[in-house]
Design a protein around this ligand. Structure first.
Ligand code: PEP
Ligand code: MG
Length: 317
């Protein structure tokens, strides 16, 4: 079965009725990019860039960053690469960022809030991403958006740097939907975002008010909670108003039980752990859109994650 899946690595991810679903990979290193390509990923829906910034005494230079992004883009052989802007903060400290200890790091200076507080760091990272060749392979994704103004600030910086670098085309800039605020205002955000990608790990912790790193609440943290699913549904609808696609790059995209539900809610891109791409593509190939929609509607009416999981297991069977 494994050999069969690998043989299909070169094929595009499609549902049984032919509907295209993009099977992308989450990356955190050059090795991940190679594995993703070999496993049949069609691109990367999330490059976590934190690995370049942590455990060092100073921020990486534009040249250093460019070399690393270029190597990852090259390993993907021209496939699209969505580079997420730096997502460090109180919980992942860097010694060169003079940030005070925070009582609630998850609610503090993190994600794009750090980039906007340290504009030179943001600008260097954007410049490095826009220096990758061929132009157009990289897109930019903004983490932890809570309101449209944050996207506008990034958009302005990207446009300014793109003009300085004489880039011919508009650079796509999308957002991660990781806060309930972003999910419920997805229609407003999508009016200026080029794509939406749901970060279900953070969206789940903020929706359920359960710290994703706290073992005491770990059993309750489940992205299949109907509240999270309703926010994903709202995100897809908000994106569709402006013709924007919605993907999922959080852990839910790598969970076979969740995939039919996400597709039924309107998600058209799944960015998964590289190792599971063949399995996800094989699963999508068995699914029909009508059945996924009905299943998703039933899940939205459930009262608990446990009840959703029961339905999802029945659906899989
Ligand atoms: C997420 O929050 O779902 C996500 C993909 O980002 P990270 O796990 O890196 O916070
Ligand atoms: Mg996140």
């Amino acid at each position: 079965r494994r050999a069969d899946m690998l043989a299909r690595a070169g094929e595009l991810c499609r549902m049984a009725d032919g509907t295209r679903i993009e099977a992308f990979a989450n990356l955190g290193s050059i090795g991940d990019a190679r594995l993703a390509r070999d496993n049949g990923a069609e691109g990367s829906g999330l490059l976590r860039t934190e690995f370049l910034f942590l455990e060092r005494e100073s921020a990486p230079s534009v040249a250093e960053q460019t070399a690393d992004y270029q190597a990852i883009a090259d390993a993907l052989d021209g496939r699209p690469l969505i580079v997420r802007l730096l997502d460090i903060g109180g919980d992942k400290p860097a010694p060169y960022l003079p940030m005070d200890a925070e009582e609630n790091p998850a609610l503090g200076l993190r994600g794009i809030r750090v980039g906007l507080a340290y504009p030179q760091m943001l600008e260097d990272q954007v410049r490095a991403i826009l220096s990758v060749r061929p132009t157009g392979q990289c897109r930019i994704m903004v983490p932890m958006i809570a309101s449209l103004d944050e996207l506008r600030a990034v958009r302005a910086a990207v446009d300014r740097i793109a003009a300085e670098l004489d880039l011919p085309d508009r650079v796509p800039v999308g957002v991660m939907i990781e806060t309930p605020a972003a999910a419920v205002t997805a229609d407003l955000i999508a009016s200026e975002a080029d794509f939406l990608s749901v970060g279900t790990n953070d969206l789940t912790q903020y929706t359920l008010a359960m710290d994703r790193g706290n073992p005491a609440v770990a059993p309750g943290i489940d992205g299949l909670h109907p509240a999270v699913l309703r926010l994903i549904a709202q995100t897809c609808k908000g994106g569709a108003v402006h013709g924007r696609w919605t993907g999922v790059c959080g852990g839910l995209a790598s969970e076979p039980l969740a995939v039919p539900i996400l597709i039924g809610l309107g998600v058209t891109e799944l960015s998964c752990a590289p190792a599971i791409i063949p399995e996800i593509k094989a699963l999508v190939a068995t699914l029909g859109m009508e059945a996924c929609r009905e299943h998703a509607t039933a899940c939205l009416a459930c009262t608990s994650a446990a009840q959703v999981r029961t339905l999802a297991r029945e659906f899989a069977a």
